[in-house]
Ligand binder design. Structure first.
Ligand SMILES: [Zn+2]
Length: 399
């Protein structure tokens, strides 16, 4: 922690401009206590970690949201200075007794009070809901910023995506995830997601130096970067991997899809190019796109007579059933039915682009037989590229 109260109730906060000698004198003169639990604190003035207050070992505290780390300490402090520079009057680690919560940063900004949480450790859905409910009950606007330690690239444009990122994803308007790096003093926003697998997404990344980032950007950050050609290349590389993969530990959905292919005499690796498309709305589905889309094509379109009608609701229901049977994996925090239904609708509208289906008042109608023919990899790759660009050229495909 960066704050404590002394024996006479005076509040101290370590803002990073103190001198070691002054703090040593202070430590000799005063005793320090936790604002939340009242237990004694130690003022740590070591060389490795930023100076901070800490509970004694094995002491639990209801005001502590996450284990204190150097990233968390430095991040809170840098955000504090950023807010000051904006002309705001932030309070570091404000303890709110009514809800027994400590906000990393707190400020009044007309018409509301704002609590900023700098989240570096993993968050559980339960903890997230509790903290949200606490703030909202006092009409405080909560803003969550992800720690720089959480921003992990797996190659360019591919990012780690865990439950915490999922929980803290901003869903109003275009979805985005907001990070802050104290090391570079920048805000980093991931946006325009193409979900790739349960723990990875392809995303655009906008970086803004703290001095150019304004308070209101916290809830409406500019999403500037749109590197479609690069993302498309990354996607095509992934797609080639999907075609040539030999999974040692195939998922249940993969085994299921492979079994259907085997039964129908279809070589899986030759799946049509419109399987495995990036569907931005598909974040609720954690299973890889080439698998859930292959399942959908096999289950609802392949071998179906032309003119058959597909209903988004029925497909959504099937996805949820597969999820119950642990075949399909959905993301925990997604609004299941509505989210899945949007993803399905979007994928069917992609199939519309290729004339596989047509949209009528009754639903989507199957218009073309599924051509699942074996070709060499180079031919598949050419076709994958053509189909991907055709899809991306569609209005709104990239939103
Ligand atoms: Zn405490």
């Amino acid at each position: 922690m960066l704050t404590a109260v002394n024996e006479s109730g005076r509040r101290f906060s370590l803002q990073g401009e103190e001198r070691l000698e002054t703090l040593k004198k202070l430590r000799d003169k005063h005793r320090f206590y936790c604002e939340a639990c009242g237990k004694p604190l130690i003022l740590k003035l070591g060389q490795k970690v930023a100076w901070h207050f800490a509970h004694k070992p094995n002491m639990s505290c209801h005001g502590e949201n996450e284990p204190e780390s150097i990233v968390h300490l430095e991040g809170k402090r840098a955000l504090y200075h950023w807010l000051n520079a904006q002309g705001e009057f932030p309070i570091l680690e404000k303890y709110i007794p009514d809800i027994k919560q400590r906000a990393d940063l707190f400020l009044h900004h007309h018409p509301k009070a704002i609590a900023i949480e700098y989240q570096c450790s993993n968050l559980t859905p339960q903890r997230f809901m509790e903290r949200m409910a606490g703030y909202l009950s006092l009409n405080i606007r909560p803003i969550w910023i992800l720690g720089e330690n959480r921003l992990k690239n797996y190659g360019s444009y591919i990012y780690r995506w865990h439950l915490t990122e999922e929980l803290l994803l901003n869903r109003k308007g275009k979805p985005y995830a907001l990070f802050f790096s104290a090391t570079s003093n920048r805000f980093i926003i991931l946006h325009h997601f193409w979900p790739l697998a349960s723990s990875t997404v392809v995303a655009d990344r906008t970086e803004i130096p703290a001095e150019e980032f304004h308070l209101h950007d916290l809830w409406q950050p500019p999403l500037l970067s749109h590197d479609l050609p690069q993302k498309a290349q990354i996607w095509l590389q992934q797609k080639s991997k999907w075609r040539t993969r030999k999974s040692e530990h195939p998922s249940r959905l993969e085994r299921y899809v492979l079994a259907i292919c085997k039964k129908r005499g279809l070589p899986f690796e030759s799946f049509p190019a419109y399987i495995g498309l990036p569907i931005p709305e598909a974040l609720p589905i954690a299973s890889p796109p080439f698998l859930w889309q292959a399942w959908l094509i096999l289950q609802f379109i392949h071998r179906r007579p032309l003119g058959s009608i597909l209903h988004v609701d029925a497909i959504t229901k099937s996805v949820l059933t597969l999820a119950d049977r642990k075949l399909m994996v959905l993301r925990e925090n997604s609004n299941c039915r509505e989210g899945v239904s949007k993803a399905i609708e979007r994928y069917l509208s992609a199939l519309l682009t290729f004339g596989i289906v047509e949209k009528t008042n009754a639903g989507y109608v199957v218009m073309k037989e599924v051509a699942w023919t074996s070709q060499n990899l180079a031919d598949h790759q050419r076709e994958d590229e053509r189909i991907l660009y055709k899809w991306l050229a569609e209005k709104n495909a990239y939103c």
